[in-house]
Write a protein that binds this ligand. Structure first.
Ligand code: SAH
Length: 255
């Protein structure tokens, strides 16, 4: 028998989740481990939406519940991240191609960054899902679409001119990176990394182990340096939450 397609959506911020649940009908809420899972339908498709909570353990636990209790067949993670690569600016968006845990170090038993028992360092996104995510993000970031979505004054207040899509490596760790020194360390050790956050690679590990395709879309909220905390709540409210809802609508054709 064919398994019913259930899409799990995890957000790094409660505000983002709220906007996404508003897209759904017949919503029911179940709580497991202090997490509220919102199940509902849109255009006949079932979705389960949940705030991941912050950090690798929290996000891994949340996605495991999505898999076991809700039978999700694919997962989207959407949230904010700090830029590591100098080309990235606040308001740009990264679609993850590979995921690595920058704070994982099992030496001398294994290579630095290698995931115990999996013999892998980078986990790779599903190619088909990646292409779909790229298309969806590009559409949302097109000049006209973007200006319909977000007011000029909100864009200006974060110096967002022409936000760009980047596709590449995302590094996760249990650390909010907000100093030039730590940022530089990540860049030196992992020169291909575009951005850092605290969940993606742990969710990728669980999804890999269960054979579930994962898409990670991250909006750059800060440059992982001393100014990282400035206007964080305002950014979430006026930019990243709006982006996330738009990405979901575009990705799953919910318009
Ligand atoms: N400051 C926030 C707390 C959330 S920050 C608040 O009080 O509302 C943690 C979230 O931001 C995580 O989901 C993490 O993945 C992401 N993030 C954004 N910028 C980051 C950075 N520079 N380093 C690590 N994680 C970052």
């Amino acid at each position: 028998m064919r398994k019913t397609n259930v899409i799990g959506i995890m957000g790094a911020m409660p505000e983002e989740i709220e906007g996404i649940t508003h897209l759904l009908d017949d919503v029911s809420v179940e709580t497991f481990g202090q997490r509220e899972y919102h199940s509902g339908f849109c255009k006949g498709q079932k979705f389960v939406v949940v705030f991941s909570r912050w950090g690798k353990v929290a996000a891994a636990t949340t996605v495991t519940t999505l898999i076991h209790e809700f039978g999700v067949t694919e997962v989207l993670f959407t949230g904010v991240a700090g830029a590591i690569h100098p080309a990235l600016k606040v308001g740009d968006v990264v679609v993850g191609k590979r995921f690595i845990q920058h704070d994982l170090d099992g030496r001398p038993l294994m290579k630095k960054f290698e995931i115990p028992l999996l013999n892998q360092t980078y986990l790779v996104a599903n190619e088909t899902k990646l292409e779909k995510a790229k298309d969806a993000v590009s559409t949302v970031l097109e000049d006209e679409a973007l200006h319909e979505l977000i007011s000029d004054s909100d864009l200006q207040s974060f110096d967002i001119l022409q936000p760009k899509l980047f596709v590449g490596d995302i590094a996760s760790g249990d650390q909010f990176i907000s100093s030039d020194e730590v940022r530089q360390n990540v860049l030196d050790e992992l020169p291909g990394v575009l951005c850092v956050e605290m969940e993606g690679a742990s969710v990728a590990q669980v999804c890999f182990e269960y054979g579930i395709p994962l898409t990670v879309i991250r909006t750059i909220s800060d440059e992982a340096n001393a100014s990282s905390v400035v206007d964080f709540p305002a950014f979430i409210q006026s930019i990243s939450s709006v982006y996330s809802v738009a990405f979901v609508r575009e990705l799953y054709q919910l318009k």
